[in-house]
Design a protein around this ligand. Structure first.
Ligand SMILES: [Zn+2]
Length: 100
């Protein structure tokens, strides 16, 4: 019972986070709530940025698909180290798009 109580205390009163590579301990509930809100907002922003980057990548790939004078080559990549049976891939030597 005592051990369980200690674990709960540690869990609630010490929270370590990493800021700029340094481990910082935050203990006050308002700080933890603020950290939670800040982290949530950062995740929302990163997801938005990721969507934009994926759209940019798609645009570049679509452009290359129709505008590169492709030079298709066939190669095999090993599925797992030590296994001879590989996956055959066909890709363009110039733009590196894979053949689909
Ligand atoms: Zn190409």
């Amino acid at each position: 019972m005592i051990n369980r109580f200690k674990v709960v205390l540690i869990y609630f009163y010490n929270m370590e986070i990493v800021i700029n590579g340094c481990i910082v301990e935050i203990n006050e509930l308002p700080d933890i709530i603020s950290f939670k809100n800040k982290t949530y907002q950062e995740i929302v922003n990163l997801k938005e940025e990721l969507k934009e980057k994926e759209a940019d990548l798609k645009k570049a790939e679509t452009y290359l698909k129709y505008n590169c004078n492709h030079d298709w080559v066939t190669d095999s990549i090993d599925q797992m180290k030590g296994y001879k049976q590989g996956i055959i891939i066909k890709y363009c030597e110039k733009c590196e798009l894979t053949f689909k």
